[in-house]
Design a protein around this ligand. Structure first.
Ligand SMILES: [Zn+2]
Length: 179
């Protein structure tokens, strides 16, 4: 069942699901937030555009910006992947190259390890953690952009952006501080 009514703002006929009786909805024509009536006040047999349901006293979850929450979760996964990749690689690197290896030493050592016929287990774990971090970063960025583009509760998406931006900052810092 649905409730059909004329938008109080622009008078166009719109339709909402029963669950949105007496709730705030966005009119598909004029984009104004209007209050849906408790029952149909407009009787029409043809197709009526659906109003967007934007808030309802009885449906708290409808107002959540789920994509933004996913974005924040992915950005945390990125941090976890990055930190574990660094933790995995720290000990073998220190054993092989000492405390202050140059970037060239690092690169050739990692390349050597990655190209070895039977790579050490730590390089496999490092690769997996690195790929998980990379995939989470890209997916998190996409979700954060979608989350920010939704016009409600963008806090999580903005927090996700902040966490994700640490990636390029670290990368650039590495380039600047490197040789
Ligand atoms: Zn309207």
């Amino acid at each position: 069942m649905s409730i059909q009514f004329a938008c109080p703002s622009c008078r166009n006929p719109i339709e909402v699901d029963d669950a949105w009786a007496s709730g705030n909805v966005a009119c598909p024509y004029c984009r104004n937030t209007v209050l849906a009536p408790a029952t149909s006040t407009y009787l029409h047999s043809g197709e009526i555009p659906q109003a967007c349901e934007i808030s309802h006293p009885g449906a708290a979850s409808a107002g959540r910006n789920v994509v933004a929450i996913v974005a924040l979760a992915l950005s945390c996964l990125w941090v976890a992947g990055f930190v574990s990749a660094m933790a995995i690689v720290a000990t073998p690197l220190q054993e092989a190259l000492g405390d202050n290896p140059t970037a060239e030493q690092l690169q050739s050592f990692l390349q050597e390890q990655a190209n070895a016929a039977s790579p050490a287990s730590w390089i496999v774990s490092f690769g997996v953690a690195f790929m998980v971090a990379g995939a989470a970063w890209i997916a998190g960025l996409v979700c954060a952009i979608i989350g920010v583009s939704q016009r409600r509760r963008r806090g999580f998406a903005i927090a996700a952006f902040a966490v994700l931006s640490a990636g390029p900052i670290l990368f650039c810092a590495g380039l600047v501080l490197g040789p």
